[in-house]
Design a protein around this ligand. Structure first.
Ligand code: PLP
Length: 380
């Protein structure tokens, strides 16, 4: 990289999952048969009401307030108040370009150079890079290996005077686990005593099998930033619409950052959010994903060397392949080259020895892709 570029860039790479899915896409375009089980890109079409709302909104093209239109913020506040059994106001909401921007803006609002951020691992690929881009220092703490629940004791040991934030993600990418009430309650007590902020990335909550999903805000009333969006709940990943909800005094920092960087989220996407907030994630999505996860686990169970913990939400299956190989980056490379199956290696999530299978692709792709994967594993 050019020496005059921002030196923080040298510490981070492009998102591994996006890079891999682009590689799979290029192979497909060159005529190779590829089963792309990398990305969190749902195979469903966006609900028709959302598509119509966007088409109507396209009649106009003005800026909106930076934090988003007042009525949409109000709807988000109402939806989150209902879910969390709390009262949030519209002034506590910022609409963002996906949950990803909500996370980035929240971290930019909070972090000074050298502040530490605790990230439980396995972890979604962008947390680390977002922290590094803000000059923060990520501290990785493994989840409980038997349950993929939070290990609060291990986490407490990593807290120092410099620790400022803990990032939670439940339901969890890449494992599909849901953190227990017990762990969240004890984490809340730690956060209160050590005055830590908690960012709760709730992007997979709508795709959980059982609701309500235990949540940190039940136990911690202040210093929590809720992050969510519609990419996964309504299959509109490309429309880039999400939000954060936080204490009222947190919001001006976020809108200042956005006012100088992105400006408001596209008014078309806000129209989609307005419609999405009127209707929950389609039950058909949740059912189809639960079915794909079942198919995936049944296929994986055919090889006793492959281990997994049954995912309870979303569309990922995180498989321990360490009995076959420890080098999952090499495994994923040969798997793509020889069997045309694209998976993400555990190294991308700070969990070598695992691979992540996404069941967001349609059922046929999932079934055939995993069958090819198992056949390849048999040869090793
Ligand atoms: N958080 C997690 C854990 C994710 O897996 C993703 C997307 O894959 C995001 C956030 C970003 O979602 P969005 O498309 O809303 O930016």
């Amino acid at each position: 990289m050019h020496s005059s570029f921002n030196r923080r860039l040298a510490a981070i790479g492009e998102s591994r999952t996006l890079a891999l899915s682009q590689k799979a896409q290029r192979l497909k375009e060159s005529g190779v048969r590829v089963f792309d089980l990398t990305a969190g890109e749902l195979s469903f079409d966006p609900p028709a009401d959302l598509r119509r709302a966007v088409a109507r909104a396209a009649q106009q093209g003005h800026y909106t307030p930076i934090a988003g239109d007042a009525d949409v913020r109000e709807m988000v506040a109402r939806a989150e108040s209902q879910k969390r059994n709390r009262t949030f106001g519209a002034e506590q909401v910022v609409l963002t370009a996906g949950a990803k921007q909500a996370l980035a803006v929240a971290l930019q609002t909070l972090l000074n150079e050298g502040d530490e951020v605790i990230v439980p691992t396995p972890s979604w690929v962008s947390y680390e890079s977002q922290v590094l881009l803000c000059g923060g220092v990520p501290k990785f703490v493994p989840l409980d290996p038997d349950t993929f629940d939070l290990n609060v004791r291990a986490l407490a040991q990593q807290v120092t005077k410099k620790t400022k934030v803990i990032i939670l993600n439940s339901p969890h990418n890449p494992t599909g686990s849901i953190f227990s009430s017990r762990a969240l309650k004890s984490l809340a007590s730690l956060a209160r005593t050590r005055k830590l902020w908690v960012i709760s990335d709730d992007i997979y909550e709508s795709l959980a099998d059982e609701k309500p999903v235990p949540h940190i805000s039940t136990y911690l009333k202040e210093g929590v930033v809720l992050v969510n969006g519609f990419s996964k709940s309504h299959a509109v990943t490309g429309w880039r619409i999400g939000y954060l909800v936080a204490d009222t005094d947190f919001i001006p920092g976020c809108t200042t950052i956005m006012s100088h960087t992105s400006g408001n989220v596209s008014s078309l996407s806000q129209a989609a959010a307005r419609e999405a907030l009127r209707r929950p994630s389609p039950a058909s999505y949740v059912r189809a994903l639960a079915r794909r996860r079942r198919i995936a686990t049944e296929l994986i169970s055919q090889d006793s060397r492959l281990l997994y913990i049954k995912p309870r939400a979303g569309f990922y299956l995180f498989v321990d392949v360490s009995a076959v190989t420890k080098d999952t980056t090499a495994l994923c490379d040969t798997l793509l080259a020889q069997a045309g199956v694209a998976l993400v290696p555990g190294e991308a999530f700070h969990a070598p020895g695992f691979v992540r299978i996404s069941c967001a692709a349609d059922e046929k792709q999932v079934r055939e892709g995993i069958t090819q994967f198992i056949q390849h594993i048999h040869t090793l």
